[in-house]
Design a protein around this ligand. Structure first.
Ligand SMILES: [Zn+2]
Ligand SMILES: [Zn+2]
Length: 317
């Protein structure tokens, strides 16, 4: 149902004017995303946040090129979103996903990690899950593995007869730089870059080169030149965002917190103006009582005039 619902907010946004007086295209809130997606596909699995929005799963974005599906962050409900996306992209069938890249360890980004560890194994993954991540994740994964020890024992030693290998996990704690290069027809290159995310000692964005496209995923970040440099004319910039209008209604403490951890839509508009993405996709959307149209309008106020999408779960960009 999510994928088939359509809602145009062009009429709500209206047409903004650019500095030159030329009309700026309204943001699209088409729930399936644009029709023209060349090469590598960006599939937003979850466009949500810690807010338990039933229409927006926890943060997770997939990139699909041919038979390869990479998952960035594992928010709550990621397994069901992968299953839903696999109809259009078979590489995203839960049991076929073997590589996960984490941006940081805020709970909303890893609540679905055990879905991938334990859940996708039960669905048929027969090789270890490979987790590429900032430092500090090994402890989390070891804890999850310990919590599911009885589940593994019953499933491998009992009548279910699962092979243990698919339940294993290989954690690779990486520094910024090249973290994956896989050659071949569906070759992919992934680089991590550091972003400022409040008091986290390590938080990453990722640059993915695949299928002739360069795609940047910001992860959670305060407004940062690191994203401008990483994108620098990239094909797609998938960026977190929060409503500045909504933020202004919050208390002083919340404003200070979010200002240090996140990027307002207006700030993002200014960053994107200089980062020059071919396509800007807003995700991890902190609405604070606002709606898609007003957040898109704030991005326009920040100066960005290019292609703009407010992400919906399961839409491709
Ligand atoms: Zn988050
Ligand atoms: Zn975070």
């Amino acid at each position: 149902m999510l994928g088939s619902m359509r809602l145009s907010i062009a009429g709500v946004c209206g047409v903004l004017l650019s500095c030159s007086g030329a009309p700026v295209p309204a943001a699209s809130a088409d729930k399936e995303g644009p029709a023209d997606v060349p090469g590598a596909h960006v599939v937003v699995l979850g466009s949500g946040t810690p807010v338990a929005d039933p229409d927006r799963a926890g943060p997770s974005t997939a990139i699909v090129v041919g038979d390869v599906g990479l998952v960035f962050d594992a928010g709550a409900n990621v397994l069901r979103r992968l299953e839903a996306a696999s109809g259009r992209h078979p590489a995203l069938a839960p049991e076929r996903v073997t590589r996960v890249f984490l941006t940081h360890l805020h709970s909303d980004h890893v609540l679905g990690l055990d879905e991938l560890l334990a859940g996708a194994w039960v669905l048929g993954r027969d090789t270890p899950l490979q987790v590429c991540t900032p430092p500090g994740t090994r402890e989390l994964v070891d804890g999850l593995r310990a919590a599911y020890a009885d589940d593994r024992r019953v499933r491998t030693e009992g009548l279910e007869g699962l092979e243990d290998r698919g339940s294993e996990v290989a954690v690779r704690e990486v520094s910024p730089g090249l973290v994956l290069r896989s050659p071949g027809r569906d070759g992919v290159e992934v680089r991590a870059f550091a972003v400022p995310h409040g008091s986290w000692s390590a938080a990453y964005g990722y640059v993915v080169e695949a299928g002739g496209r360069r795609i940047v995923i910001s992860g959670d970040t305060a407004a940062s030149e690191a994203v401008v440099e990483a994108c620098d004319g990239c094909d797609v910039l998938v960026h977190e965002v929060c409503s500045g209008a909504g933020l202004r209604r919050l208390g002083e403490g919340a404003r200070a917190y979010h200002g240090s951890f996140h990027t307002t839509a207006r700030e993002l508009g200014g960053l994107a103006l200089r980062a020059r993405p071919g396509r800007l996709v807003l995700t991890h959307i902190l609405f604070f009582g606002e709606r898609e149209a007003s957040i898109a309008a704030e991005v326009r106020e920040g100066g960005y005039e290019g292609e703009l999408f407010v992400a919906w779960d399961l839409a491709g960009y």
